[in-house]
Design a protein around this ligand. Structure first.
Ligand SMILES: [Zn+2]
Ligand SMILES: [Zn+2]
Length: 404
């Protein structure tokens, strides 16, 4: 009997239903049985757990002419920042009894949809990214714009390193722009390139100075920002677009979700290997036969050209015959079998194939995740407009990894 799936699963605690259109985000209120949600039905709702065992709204605020598209909440200051489809960012104060929200300020930040917001309580800055390709940050004391940066494509999400005051802005082209924020403005640092699809979500791990990026190219990248060597690890476990990720520093676990209806819990305590660079060659580096664009060699060898492939372990350019084998390579982030060359196939060690992630079925496409670290609670927003609350403690504390 195969008991490889005998691992703790996320425990569904509550379902929150009632939004009549797409839910664009949800955050768990720390220390409370409460959730704040925003929806394309133009609502901002604060949900509280009632004696009936159900979540019911204590606040339901409707915008009249635009829809909320992103949110961030600072519980210490009870400040709620709502990015809007119109491009503005609204600041609200949430009452202690959760029965009302009071408008504090409106920031005329962007010219079109706000994709993400992040509040820095230490600096009193509200950071925002938008479809107008701009990143902006405003002072929440004066309301003044402090700086902005024009990216090359629609900005899709951001992450902030509060300590070093670096902002990471993901965009539709798959690039991540890194800027340093100062009271005097934005200083461009560099651009992180590697993803071949739109960035959907970024997460910052301040304990190791690692940036996690989730992309529509079905991969998650781990950027070692602190290490200065520019190391990038790739995590391949999703079969489709990755939509969201959260990181638990206490457990060194990364949780990602995607359109493949999978929740993947990655063990980040282990050191993975960087993906090898792909070799450039006009010939198969194992059997020496020419690739199809190498017309001269094809003529001289009186042979047809072959398609070029790359071994995921050594990076050699090889033909299909010389790379017919598949293997998982978990130490390079491949939880599913990938192409390896004949040479590598016979020399792969067991340690390179030890699963380093657990996989769970979410039944629905998950679009957003939010994590409450103190209680190990995970909120997931599904394509069915239902918000689900999951207890993740056992999943995150579990030691055994079984792969997909
Ligand atoms: Zn070959
Ligand atoms: Zn190889």
């Amino acid at each position: 009997m195969d008991n490889s799936k005998d691992i703790p699963k996320p425990e569904l605690m509550h379902k929150i239903e009632g939004c009549t259109d797409e839910v664009n985000g949800a955050v768990i209120i720390p220390g409370e049985d409460g959730v704040i949600s925003i929806s394309s039905d133009r609502s901002v709702r604060v949900w509280l757990l009632r004696d009936s065992g159900q979540y019911w709204p204590s606040i339901c605020h409707y915008y009249t002419d635009t829809a909320p598209t992103s949110l961030s909440y600072c519980h210490e200051r009870r400040l709620l920042f709502i990015g809007l489809d119109s491009g503005a960012v609204d600041e609200w104060e949430v009452a202690r009894d959760y029965n009302s929200i009071t408008s504090v300020r409106k920031y005329h930040a962007h010219l079109s949809r706000v994709s993400d917001t992040s509040f820095s309580p230490a600096s009193n800055w509200i950071l925002s990214s938008g479809r107008d390709k701009y990143f902006y940050f405003h002072c929440t004391v004066t309301g003044k714009r402090l700086g902005g940066y024009l990216c090359n494509a629609w900005c899709t999400g951001l992450a902030y390193d509060e300590e070093a005051q670096y902002v990471f802005v993901g965009d539709y082209s798959g690039a991540i722009t890194v800027c340093k924020l100062e009271q005097s403005g934005v200083k461009f640092i560099n651009t992180l390139k590697g993803h071949s699809g739109s960035i959907q979500c970024l997460a910052w791990d301040g304990t190791r100075n690692w940036l996690y990026s989730a992309s529509y190219d079905a991969s998650v990248f781990v950027w070692d920002i602190g290490g200065r060597r520019g190391t990038v690890y790739e995590l391949h476990g999703h079969r489709s677009k990755v939509t969201s990720l959260v990181y638990s520093p206490a457990h060194s676990r990364l949780v990602s979700a995607g359109e493949d209806r999978r929740l993947v819990c990655w063990d980040m305590r282990v050191t993975r290997q960087e993906t090898p660079d792909w070799a450039q060659s006009d010939f198969c580096q194992l059997c020496n036969r020419p690739f199809f664009w190498n017309v001269k060699a094809m003529y001289e060898q009186k042979t047809v050209g072959l398609r070029q492939h790359h071994c995921r372990r050594c990076g050699k350019a090889v033909c299909d015959y010389c790379s017919s084998k598949r293997s998982i390579l978990t130490d390079k982030g491949h939880e599913y079998p990938v192409r390896v060359c004949e040479e590598c196939h016979i020399s792969i060690k067991e340690g390179e194939k030890k699963p380093l992630a657990n996989f769970f079925d979410t039944r629905n496409v998950v679009k957003h995740l939010h994590f409450d670290a103190s209680r190990c609670l995970l909120a997931s927003v599904g394509q069915d407009n239902v918000i689900k609350l999951w207890q993740m403690r056992e999943v995150l504390e579990g030691q055994r990894m079984t792969g997909p």
